[in-house]
Design a protein around this ligand. Structure first.
Ligand SMILES: Nc1ncnc2c1ncn2[C@@H]1O[C@H](COP(=O)(O)OP(=O)(O)O)[C@@H](O)[C@H]1O
Ligand SMILES: [Mg+2]
Length: 252
């Protein structure tokens, strides 16, 4: 009997997705007629950092957008569960309220607003998320620049602001789309440290990165997407040690 790669990956899923911290089951999503996310299933435990990797165009951003319940791509089949709550039945704003925060690749800092105003605007629900004091404690660079217009920050600082804004909301599952893009190695290290810090506070992260080595350095586990399908799952170390996988899917 032969097993497909997808079956091999599925074998490690919990039989009850409502009992796992975060679970995606057989998710299929579409941009109009374009079938992109093709049956992705994934379990994430609380406090884990999971690297979602794969070549350009593999469907990583689309998978994150599907989890965040954005309108496009449209989830047409499958289930998404966070702490037993059915995210697949929710609109984007409800998923955000339930604790799923997407930090998109382009960061979306609001022009014309200071760092602090960007943060205050993110505090949509009272008594949820981190206070400004807590944020500034973890992001001293943002504290120093609180009055500066957000879009005039450096790339690294804008990325910090984008992450901080997610923390100002109720964040349980943080979805980072290529947070290191265009950043110098020393800034990458700083952001890595922030993600590890917030993990120590119980926050779970799925990170998509072209810089797979940097992502794997701080990840517990990795999954690989290829043309919208999950083709491999394992520990970060296993992937770093596997030359065939690195060459085939990560161009490393
Ligand atoms: N808005 C869109 N409309 C139609 N197709 C899209 C759209 N965005 C992305 N795609 C397609 O979906 C596939 C996956 O894209 P994406 O999720 O951005 O990949 P990745 O983030 O892994 O580079 C690609 O073939 C891309 O061309
Ligand atoms: Mg992408």
């Amino acid at each position: 009997m032969t097993t497909t790669k997808r079956e091999a990956v599925s074998a490690i899923l919990d039989p009850d997705p409502t009992k796992v911290f975060f679970a995606m089951r057989n998710a299929h999503s579409y941009y109009g007629e374009s079938y992109i996310v093709q049956g992705v299933s994934l379990d994430v435990r609380q406090g884990e950092i999971v690297a979602l990797l794969g070549r350009n165009g593999a469907g990583k951003t689309s998978t994150l957008r599907t989890i965040a319940r954005l309108d496009n791509p449209e989830l047409k089949q499958g289930e998404i569960w966070l702490e037993g709550k059915p995210i697949h039945t929710m609109a984007a704003w409800q998923a955000s309220r339930a604790g799923i925060q997407l930090v998109p690749e382009d960061r979306r800092i609001i022009p014309g607003l200071s760092v602090e105003e960007n943060l205050i605007l993110a505090q949509v629900a009272p008594d949820q998320g981190w206070s400004l004091e807590e944020i500034y404690e973890h992001f001293p660079r943002l504290a120093e620049r609180r009055k500066q217009e957000g879009v005039t920050l450096s790339g690294g600082e804008q990325q910090m602001l984008a992450v901080a804004r997610a923390l100002a909301r109720n964040v349980k599952l943080l979805l980072l789309d290529e947070p290191y893009e265009g950043l110098a190695p020393v800034i990458v290290r700083e952001i890595e440290k922030i993600v590890q810090d917030i993990r120590a506070r119980g926050i779970t992260t799925i990170i998509v990165e072209q810089n797979a080595v940097a992502a794997l350095r701080m990840s517990d586990r990795a999954v690989i997407l290829d043309t919208g399908e999950l083709v491999w799952a394992g520990s970060a170390q296993e992937l770093l040690d596997n030359e065939r996988l690195r060459k085939e899917y990560l161009a490393l």
